[in-house]
Design a protein around this ligand. Structure first.
Ligand code: FE2
Ligand code: FE2
Length: 264
């Protein structure tokens, strides 16, 4: 199975990056399934109905999330809608709407299970153990799909790597999201799990993880609690990972980080 995964897609420029680049990479890589992390789709925070619809119209099959999943106009309603192929981290409160995993048929006719997990070090909240959540989901879904991908929304590279090794041999791939900065460590672990610490965002190139650098400088140099503006002008950086899994075992046989910067 050929999987094309984009991590955090930030605001207007991020959405434009996907709509411009996806048709080109679709031609080159012929993906069977396209997954986008949508936690920053709606002006940097959350997932709105219009932005989600824009992504699905571009050919995105599933939207995943993170610490911003529950922000944005109408995000709770979209997450609760069983017709919308969107998931949020599985190890958040069971009182919240939405699903932490989804199993869908891909274009090659095989099924893929997509799981969303968030680290206990990402954001302000005390999430449940992502490792226990993974074990529970895998026990519940045994035999449903040979191909399993985890969108692993985590902050530090050490915790990201630990999930890779914990899940090695149990899932097809663990792809990192959340930091918005790509890492150069795409690899195949010994038991056949594809791994990358962070795929990196799709969004404004001239920014600090999507926002205005001058706002970020104010915040960091003066410790002012200002809300930084999302950059909506200038070049766009597009980051993704292309993964190929073996049809009978679901093991990763190829993983490749893709990166492009385009002028607006
Ligand atoms: Fe993000
Ligand atoms: Fe995040």
């Amino acid at each position: 199975m050929k999987i094309l995964y984009f991590a955090d897609t930030v605001g207007k420029l991020g959405r434009e990056g996907i709509t411009r680049q996806l048709p080109l990479w679709r031609e080159t890589y012929q993906p069977d399934v396209v997954i986008v992390n949508g936690e920053n789709l709606a002006h940097g925070n959350g997932i709105g109905r219009t932005q989600a619809a824009e992504m699905f119209a571009t050919g995105v099959d599933v939207l995943t999330g993170g610490n911003h999943s529950f922000e944005g106009q109408g995000s709770l309603e979209i997450l609760a809608d069983p017709e919308v192929p969107i998931i949020r981290p599985a190890n958040t409160s069971s009182k919240l709407p939405g699903r932490g995993y989804i199993c869908i048929p891909a274009k090659n006719g095989q099924k893929i299970l997509i799981i969303n997990l968030i680290s206990q070090e990402a954001g302000r909240y005390h999430y449940d153990s992502p490792f226990d959540a993974l074990d529970t989901i895998l026990a519940k879904t045994t035999g449903e799909a040979k191909h399993i991908l985890i969108d692993w929304h985590a902050e530090t590279t050490s915790e990201k790597a630990v999930m890779g090794w914990y899940a090695d041999g149990k899932v097809s791939a663990v792809v990192g999201s959340h930091t918005h900065i790509p890492t150069a460590d795409a690899k195949i672990l010994p038991q056949g799990t594809g791994y990358i610490s962070d795929v990196g965002m799709t969004g404004p190139y001239n920014s600090v993880i999507g926002v205005d650098p001058s706002d970020s400088i104010e915040r960091f140099t003066k410790q002012l609690p200002i809300k930084p503006k999302i950059i909506e002008q200038g070049p766009i950086e597009i980051n993704a990972v292309f993964i190929e899994t073996e049809p009978n075992t679901g093991k990763t046989v190829h993983i490749e980080h893709l990166r492009k910067v385009v002028e607006k």
